[in-house]
Design a protein around this ligand. Sequence first.
Ligand code: NAD
Ligand code: ZN
Length: 357
Amino acid sequence: MILKNFKQVEKTIFGRGGFKQLGEVVDEKRSENDGFAVFLIDSYFEDKSLVIPASGDDITLYVDVQQHEPTTHQVDDIRDKILLQGLPSSITGIGGGSALDICKAVSLMVTNEGSSQLYQGLNLIKNPGVWSIGVPTISGTGAEVSMTAVLTGPEKKLGLKCEWTVLNQVILDPDLIADVPTDQWFYTGMDCYIHCIESENGILNNAYSKAFGDQSLKLCREIFAGDQAGQTGENDEKLMVASLMGGLSLTYSEVGVCHALSYGLSYVFEYRHGYANCVAFNHLEDFYPEGVKEFKEMLVRFGITLPQNLSQRWTEEDVTRMAEVSIRLEHMWHHAIGEHWKSEINIETIKDLYHRL
Ligand code: NAD
Ligand code: ZN
């Protein structure tokens, strides 16, 4: 059996005010390549007072992740703009999972020819990218530590996944997530919670992924369920760590049924990842009984209402398209159901799961 040999983030700054050190971190790399730095910033910050340490011929681009999650087309476009000026010394992504994934993908695509569509999958990237720096402004996805940059292309929603996808540096500054609106905070936070539940409930679960998953779950419970739950300064710190550990739990395990369904929802209806997960997870008590029970309590606690009877509005064609996206995520079904998942799961059973929503 060949075991995964995965790379982790090389450098991490954690703590309040850590964002102020971004300038130093970028400066350290300035002597490489053509010397300039790139900042890819979630357009949410366009009219905010975040001070970006750009100078000289650095490129600062605000990336639009409001309308849709990152696409291969969007990444190719940004890459082409950057290459007009040469090869940057570093690329920094500032934002939620979407901006981080754009940063990770662009950092690879400046050194790999052709469209990012060509590289959606495992180990298809040929050359390492340029130094990448991630600064999360929402926590939960684990994108800050994961090996994948999830992109939606004309044919599929799938990550560019290889060891060079991992960010080289992260800056985790809890102040940056302080003002996330409660619903978004909840949906993205639940991405982390669901990662841990799915990671542990499947055949790939092991001591490594369980240790990170358990610790992440413990933090999630303090943030979303305990006496001290809510958006407090202390919980913002915990959520940044929970997200990171949830992501690490997955490097040696897999997500499961909820993510397999969620990808279909995102692909066909452009639901955002965290929200799509919540919509699906709410109906998966037979797969994850304890997790779904606790999730429902957290929904009530924060007054989050999820849509009911969604599937009544969908056409049979919509449901089939989602099921087709979902069934292709074989690694997730394999982990969640087991070696012989194909005898239990087929297009029809997946359609039934969508009809529950
Ligand atoms: P997001 O990045 O999609 O952002 C959601 C919204 O919040 C956007 O409108 C954004 O502009 C806004 N926003 C960003 N920072 C904010 C702040 N501080 N305050 C207020 N609003 C803010 O949300 P997300 O849930 O962090 O990320 C979801 C994305 O992450 C999806 O594209 C998904 O595919 C990806 N993802 C990647 C991985 C991975 O391992 N690479 C894992 C899970 C999810
Ligand atoms: Zn996820």
